[in-house]
Structure formats: structure tokens, C-alpha cells
Design a protein. Structure first.
Length: 104
């Protein structure tokens, strides 16, 4: 039996690994959930409500932003965050498709 040739797109692999890395941390998931509950929210409200240090919150938001899971909107001196639902939805679908592959 001949094995199927697998072609891996390095760019897509890099993007996918960034998204999975961003989703793999419990605190980032908590931050995403909090943003989702409020549709859009500024960083001060995130760290004050979740009782986190500002630097820790900013670090996790940077990772989420880099992965494209959140978008930012500047309003004066405040930066507001909102979830990029299309990016998150694509990630969930891809994970679901991977998990449904029949095992041999």
C-alpha cells in the first residue's frame, strides 16, 4: 500500500502553531472569555476586574493579538480589545477536524 504524500505549508504551520500556543494557556482563555462577555473592553478593566498585574495582562494580550485572536481599537489613551470571532471559529473548526480523523 502506498502512503499519501503530505505537503506542509510552512507559513500556515507557523500561523497555526501561534494560534494553538495562544489558546493553550488557561489565563489567556480566561481573558478571551472576559472580553467575549463584554464585546469590547479596555485593558485597565481587564486587569482590574480579573485582579491581574498590568504587565502580565499586557503580555498575554500581546500573544493573543499576535495570534490574531483579538483586535484593538484606540480611543484616546485607551486601547479596547475585542475577540476576532472569525479567526477563533476557524481555529475551533480546524481542531475539530483534526480530532475527528479516524485513528488506525
Amino acid at each position: 500500500m502506498r502512503k499519501a504524500k503530505v505537503i506542509i505549508n510552512d507559513d500556515k504551520l507557523q500561523v497555526s502553531s501561534e494560534i494553538l500556543r495562544a489558546l493553550a494557556h488557561p489565563l489567556r482563555m480566561k481573558i478571551l472569555e472576559f472580553i467575549d462577555e463584554h464585546e469590547t473592553i479596555n485593558v485597565n478593566k481587564i486587569y482590574n476586574t480579573l485582579k491581574l498585574e498590568q504587565s502580565i495582562t499586557s503580555q498575554h494580550l500581546r500573544i493573543l493579538r499576535s495570534a490574531g485572536l483579538v483586535e484593538t481599537v484606540r480611543d484616546g489613551k485607551f486601547i479596547h480589545y475585542k475577540v476576532d470571532y472569525s479567526k477563533l471559529s476557524n481555529a475551533v473548526k480546524a481542531i475539530g477536524a483534526f480530532l475527528s480523523i479516524p485513528k488506525r
